[in-house]
Design a protein around this ligand. Structure first.
Ligand code: AMP
Length: 295
């Protein structure tokens, strides 16, 4: 595995590969790798002759300085994991090489970013869209892999790629979870033992609502109120939002009449968690509620 720190060096390396006709799969990450990241690596590994990954805690997507400062880091461990998952090229830039003095450009995706994470984390998606654009221009992938865990982010990246005619296929893969349902996240290490015990209730609330929907409950308010009650009664977390939305636009829906996605964000003392669940009551072969959606 080659470790590359300099953006220009990375560009030269991938330009040479592309000239030979070699296809490049790419998984952008912020490091502190877990099975969710590794699942993306493995999927990309199967499909692409060259697998590139990036490890970069992107400062401009953090709306809170404290979150950036406490974001967990373990570069040595990450490199071991990346290598054993078959990564060929790992891009680990320094902040100052990504955002040199005088950096002044931002990429803004409108509409999709207005609600949910966009509302609770001002500037977050501008930071994400900007870094993803830069990373795509540096790594020049044929395919890039994202997790459904960050549902709105995946939709924003798809929109970005379409709107700016980026020649890269976006592949979105299902959320990897702990056996008790908690979605894997680098931030989970900051949960206290008691919060860790409570955290799977977020997923249980999503499953409860999708079960209700499959059983015929179409009213969003009924589903969202039930979820709120469950989370409030059984955890110390503060809910930021629970929402039922159209999967493509992420606009709220009042009544389920087709595919829908449940989104939620909740804050424990030091850790903010997000999760989601897709409901498709019209899937052929019976009702379905699942972690997976065709992006
Ligand atoms: P991060 O390092 O948190 O920025 O995540 C890097 C990529 O891994 C993003 O595309 C995430 O959506 C994805 N990811 C994070 N957690 C999970 C998970 N539990 N399951 C699947 N993908 C994930």
């Amino acid at each position: 595995m080659e470790i590359i720190r300099d953006p220009r060096h990375m560009q030269q390396r991938v330009t040479a590969l592309r000239r030979q006709g070699t296809e490049i799969g790419f998984v952008p990450t912020m490091g502190f790798l877990h099975e969710g990241h590794l699942a993306l690596f493995r999927a990309a590994r199967r499909k692409n002759p060259i697998l590139a990954a990036s490890i970069f805690v992107n400062p401009i997507q953090f709306d809170r300085q404290a979150d950036l400062e406490t974001y967990p880091v373990d570069l040595e461990g990450d490199l071991v994991k990346a290598e054993s998952a078959g990564v060929d090229l790992v891009f680990v830039p320094e902040h100052k090489s990504m955002y040199p003095h005088g950096f002044a450009t931002g990429v803004e995706v409108e509409g999709l970013t207005r609600r949910w994470e966009g509302e609770y984390r001002p500037g977050h998606f501008r930071g994400v869209a900007t870094v993803v654009t830069k990373l795509f221009l540096i790594v020049k992938p044929h395919r890039a892999y994202f997790g459904q865990k960050d549902y709105q982010q995946a939709r924003v990246v798809q929109r970005l790629v379409r709107d700016l005619d980026m020649d890269v296929a976006i592949v979105v893969l299902p959320t990897v979870r702990e056996p008790d349902g908690l979605a894997l996240s680098s931030r989970n290490v900051h949960l206290t033992p008691e919060e860790r015990r409570q955290a799977p209730i977020l997923y249980q609330a999503l499953c409860w609502a999708s079960d209700q929907a499959r059983a015929g409950e179409q009213n969003a308010q009924a589903l969202l109120t039930g979820m709120r009650q469950m989370i409030q009664e059984k955890t110390s977390a503060t809910i930021e939002y629970v929402a039922l939305c159209a999967p493509g636009t992420l606009e709220p829906i009042e009544k389920i009449g087709g595919p829908a996605v449940l989104l939620l964000a909740a804050r424990f003392a030091q850790v903010r968690l997000i999760d989601n669940h897709v409901i498709d009551i019209h899937e052929e072969g019976g009702d379905r509620a699942s972690d997976h959606v065709d992006f």
